[in-house]
Design a binder for this molecule. Structure first.
Ligand code: HEC
Ligand SMILES: [Cu+2]
Length: 317
């Protein structure tokens, strides 16, 4: 990955589409540069002072030209917009059955945790030909997770979950950049993605010390931090059971409805007063400042896992 390339390698399923659109834009620009600048050059020479060119009957406006150079670029612009929109919607829609990876950005590093529990810093090991879905957040300022070879870039925002997915098509090592200026060492906030054959990836997961899955860590936190004291069937507090909550509509005390997505679960833990479930009192303490971003992601992974068909340990290899 150290050789000089004019363009990064195409190493994901989205890379080609992005490049096709990009190269088309370049070709169109080249075409217009030619159409505009070649005549300028030609006329500069032809009508230079002292030349014997015919200057009688100057042309004063032409409706055909006016209509032409208004309509044509408008249609081209709309066509490019349509093309870009189709690609954008396809790239923004996350396919199902992705391998989940949690990423936390901080000044100035990327902290990665796999569903199986394995953690790494400034490195992301993934198997080839699998869809990988990242859930990203930042523990300080806005960063942006950029892998040029995959043609994906996503802002990483404190207090918010964003996501990014890609399907690597070629084993190899590719750059990770932070593409949002995030402080003095921003340029050093780099890393590498290592795309491996599935067997090599499975072996890699087994190396190092044994880890517990994200869901298991979350379950442990759920008991250690006292969540279970309220959110369990035999609690003396009146608190909702969280089984099967994920992706369900939740009626709120103010009469509105929300969907229990990752962001809702996060806000419920850090700002319980923001959205009160209908029929409950605002007695849940805020855990803001008492949990790291990683711990919050683990708790959410656990809450997502309970009440579903699979056992909480499904992430284990
Ligand atoms: C003192 C009891 C108490 C503790 C401790 C507590 N909660 Fe809660 N929690 C509640 C109550 C009551 C509600 C419903 C009112 C509301 O939405 O704030 C709630 C709501 C929630 C919701 C939204 C549920 C829904 O149906 O919309 C989530 C998610 C949640 N809690 C997770 C947690 C987690 C994770 C922890 C531990 C880090 C925790 N809670 C600790 C009492 C508690
Ligand atoms: Cu950064």
């Amino acid at each position: 990955m150290d050789q000089f390339h004019l363009f990064p390698p195409q190493a994901s399923t989205s890379a080609q589409e992005v490049d096709h659109l990009y190269f088309t834009l370049i070709l169109i620009s080249l075409f217009f540069i030619t159409v505009v600048f070649l005549p300028i050059l030609y006329f500069c020479i032809k009508y230079r002072r002292g030349s014997a060119a015919d200057r009688s009957n100057p042309l004063n406006g032409s409706n055909l030209i006016e209509v032409g150079w208004t309509t044509l670029p408008t249609l081209m612009g709309l066509a490019l917009f349509g093309w870009g929109a189709v690609d954008y919607f396809r790239i923004e829609r996350k396919p199902a059955n992705a391998l989940q990876v949690q990423v936390v950005g901080k000044q100035w590093m990327w902290k990665v945790q796999h569903a199986e529990g394995k953690q790494e810093i400034n490195e992301l090991h993934i198997p080839v030909d699998r869809t990988i879905a990242l859930t990203l957040t930042s523990q300080d300022v806005i960063h942006s997770f950029f892998v040029p070879a995959f043609r994906v870039k996503q802002d990483v925002v404190p207090g918010k979950y964003t996501s990014e997915w890609f399907k690597p098509t070629r084993p190899g090592e590719y750059h990770i950049f932070c593409s949002q200026y995030c402080g003095t060492q921003h340029a050093k906030m780099i890393g590498r993605v290592v795309v491996m054959q599935p067997e090599a990836y499975a072996r890699w997961l087994q190396t190092g010390e044994q880890t517990e899955s994200i869901v298991r860590s979350g379950e442990r936190l759920f008991y250690d931090r006292g969540c279970s004291g309220c959110h369990s069937p035999n609690s003396k507090f009146h608190a909702p059971l969280l089984q099967g909550l994920y992706r369900k509509p939740v009626p709120l005390a103010d009469g509105t409805m929300v969907t229990a997505d990752d962001q809702y679960l996060r806000d419920s833990i850090l700002q319980p007063a923001k959205q009160i479930s209908a029929g409950y009192d605002n007695i849940m303490p805020s855990f803001s400042g008492h949990l790291t971003e990683e711990e919050i992601m683990q708790l959410i992974a656990y809450v997502k896992s309970i009440g579903r068909e699979e056992s909480p340990d499904q992430g284990k290899p």
